[in-house]
Design a protein around this ligand. Sequence first.
Ligand code: PLP
Length: 451
Amino acid sequence: MNKTRSTLAQKDMLHHLHPYTNARAHQEVGPLIIERGEGVFVFDEDGKPYIEAMAGLWSAALGFSNKRLVAAAEKQMSTLPFYHLFGHKSHSPSIQLAEKLIDMAPVPMSKVFFTNSGSEANDTVIKLVWYLNNAQGKPARKKLISRIGGYHGITLASASLTGLPANQRGFDVPLPGFLHVGNPHHYRNALPGETEEQFADRLAAELDALIVHEGPETIAAFVGEPLMGAGGVIVPPRTYWEKIQKVCRKHDILVVADEVICGFGRTGNMFGSQTYDIKPDIMILSKQLSSSYQPISAILINDRVYQGIADQTKAFGALGHGFTGGGHPVAAAVALENLKIIDEEDLVARAAHMGEILRRGLQDFSDHPLVGEVRGAGLIAAVELVADRATKAPLETPGTLGRFLAGRAQEHGMITRNMGDAIAFCPPLIISESEVRSLLDRFGMALDDTS
Ligand code: PLP
């Protein structure tokens, strides 16, 4: 590509190693530099607007210009810009946020542990569960089960939970003791003629067989996203979670709901655990918790988990785990204000309503020769592109169609994300009906360009 680049773009290419980016291709493609945001739009350095159909990284629930969040950060910055929770210290924003999250939780939870990212939270959960099992005289109960296509982050342990080849290739993960079972994508993974119910039964039986094969006394927890996000917006069959939980309970295996994407309205209820009737022992929250205006994540543990951990800290003198920024007062203050706005503006109901309009609009493309499946729940959806609708086959190199369409969408003023050949939609919860229609128009133009 031969185009004139701004000074900023040149400096980007000179100095950045970008996450999730082909470093060599970046020297050709160059960066899209986003300069400011307004509502559901972001603007590049030439002033071109883009609908942010992914809410950034599935996260900016309130869009990109909420002044109340800015004011909350400013107020906290000028009162107490930093403090920590180590060694019996505490501060008001973190205390208030912990109380709020316990109040909101869809099942009785006992305590909150704050971290800074979804990856750190998943890593911390693994360590806490190991710590708990050591405390309870079950040192063999250490293996973790997650799903192929699941996404739980990129630190060593969370990348081991993650079931995506791109996060494991070349990184020497997964670590030993991390097991992956099939995911509940009926369109892709069901056997010919298998109903959703039969498919869910089969997945639960496979989980049960794996646990029995490994030895139930060696399995610590099952970790899953209520609706799988980064793996392609995989909506589980209606009875999937009920069946999976039954297997876990039978073998006394903890159920961990990674709500990093689903939490705070995304699936049309406050939590994905409500949408799919999950009763988790542990919940992981991030992203829409603060609309990502500040990095923050939270782990909610039930009393059974807490009591075991607390006993162990008594034996060891202290919990040897914690992050400098965990429960950061500015992040906590922003999260509190963010949750207040979600509540005041009834954004969970709005997500359900706008999601219906979005999914109905996407369904209108389902006769298109390139559209294999339209799926979603609440305000999260995906359109899976195929080269052949009868065989569901992608082009020879999977991801080619998706990548091309996402590129065309960007030309048409919309930022979306292709996960292979699935195009994801996860706009801010504040999106209006006319903005949903504009998003659909831009998708239609990009799809036409791809045909
Ligand atoms: N868990 C889920 C379900 C996610 O979607 C993500 C990120 O997209 C993570 C964990 C990791 O979060 P982070 O990127 O903040 O480490």
